[in-house]
Unconditional design. Sequence first.
Length: 696
Amino acid sequence: MKTVTEYFGSMVFDDKVMQSMLDENIYNTLKRTIKDGRSLNLSVANEVANAMKDWAISLGATHFTHWFQPMTGITAEKHDSFISPDKNGRVIMEFSGKELVRGETDASSFPSGGLRATFEARGYTAWDATSYAFIKDGVLCIPTAFCSYSGDALDQKTPLLRSMEAINRQTMRVLKLFGNDEVTSVKTTVGPEQEYFLVDKQVFNKRKDLVYTGRTLFGAEPPKGQALEGHYYGVIKPRVQAFMNDLNEELWKLGVLAKTEHNEAAPAQHELAPIFATTNIAADHNQLTMEIMQKLAKKHDMVCLLHEKPFEGVNGSGKHNNWSISTNTGINLFEPGDTPSKNAQFLLFLCAVLKAVDDYQDLLRISVASAGNDHRLGAHEAPPAVVSIFLGDELTEILEAIEKDQPYGAKEKELLRVGVHTMPKFPKDTTDRNRTSPFAFTGNKFEFRMLGSSASVSAPNTVINTAVAEILKQFADELESADNFETALHDLIKRVITTHKRIIFNGNGYDDKWLAEAEKRGLLNLRTTPDALPHFVDAKNVELFTAHKVYTEREMHSRLEIQLQNYCALVNIEAKTMVEMAKKEILPAASEYSQLLSDTILSKKAVSETLDCTYETEILTEISERIAKAYKHLKSLEKALVNAGKIHEAAALSVYYKDKVLPVMAKLRGEADALENLVSADYWPIPTYGDLMFGV
Ligand code: ADP
Ligand code: MG
């Protein structure tokens, strides 16, 4: 049996493989073009493609695909085999540089949010050579970006790559000011912690809501929920452990640095965290992780639920996005330094994030907005829809001392002048482990905790990168033209703290009192997706993204349209699924059981008028009342769906779904869940929460 170190990355066309399979000149040219982000010349591309093909074939691959991340939220691939007919009626295996570098695909079935209407249906995929090719299920996958014929981004990756360039440009300007001459580029890094549920496949298949929507639309609370909190970090069940072992092995082969696995707070909930990587690679790897989790769960007769809120009243699943900036010399820019100068620099970057989070609260909220995440944000296990930043007490005190010109620290008793020579040593580990903050500084990185479990990490990181790039640009503009750098730096930092301290919140983010306080501070509370999304194209946001060449205005409008449509489509499917389940399963079952009760009453009465029928009568009465109410809500829901069909504008439709459809769904569910508690288990047509959560 091979050891992990032997098989790690064995399915990846990584640097080691390239070096061993490519001619030295070709290898060097490839590395240089990747580093400079230019396109590969065709003769080099041909050589690389050929080596890739030989390597892939030696590992059993027969096909290749341009692997990309369209706006559907999942990855897309169309397989082409390497075969090509030869003169003798046989085949040879071929793969050209052209096929490697660029693919042409029919874009018409992918969401384009209106971009397609005016342009051709053709789309292009282009190799993102900074993310290694890999083999998955016998197919050589080439990570690509996906755009329309006219060059509009149709995927998640293109803007992400553009945002990484933007933050690189502006960070470099700031680093120059501090004399970091050895640094030539920076990259943002991301470690996404992925939460998920595992349920038994047989049980899953009996629930139309899970099959169609990924979440339960009905279900009464089980006697044991997560009340005992016994699951968190608990012993992993053998079946789950077998799944995790398979998962690790497959991910490791693909070079994904799967690091930790543990049980989460809710029964049947788990988490996988990788070691962080460069952002675009982390995004690819997270996408792969989600895909492989779902595939392998099936192999173990389970289903992996990635929905943000599969069960009401139980913790949902999120994805903590750990983020930082790293230089090509290996320095983490959010690591507090050992010298005053490094600390002044650290403080400036910290202030950049502080201001970025405050100025672009709306974009951060929007970047995690989805129908699924609306059920999670603000519930008891996730941060509210209000964005704030956690710095911990010590850092906050340092910032306060600077703002108010007050002494800091027991020993220092000196005024805090931010300057290259006068900064005190910072405490190294200020991590208070506040778990309730949406955006927390955790010692040497930030952890954005609002992400939903099912979505790509690309959109949130595109926002973080671009927003921070913008603030660094403003800082660089100001500092580059300053006469006295140290004074200007001090004034700038002090001003940022004064203006943006409202975004700092170190308390309990799950507390209702915080919402009131946040409102007083003037922080945004964009509670739902329809509330949040339209702000994406607010003038200041269009200005931000276009200035840094991350999105064109047209791309922004198209993305907004896609997001709104996704929201509407999802709620529509949920509502229709509810109607079907209520009509064909739940109400018939309740009605059938009431017949049993009334038959019992009749037969008892036939034996003797004096026999006690209290139990049967009371339950029958309540069931009948509940059925009547449920049926009334069912009809309202059907009517609301008909009305929704008459609204054609996406934003208005999304508001209609939120205000007129979701509330009726909740009412219908209320009655159905009450019925579940009244009807005999033998008659109840679908597996219960207990069956689902304790079934593995
Ligand atoms: P937890 O948040 O559960 O306490 P850790 O702090 O150990 O766990 O790390 C969580 C995640 O943060 C891991 O995926 C880790 O690789 C990632 N991480 C650590 N350092 C960085 C960094 N500089 N940039 C991005 N992610 C990082
Ligand atoms: Mg975490």
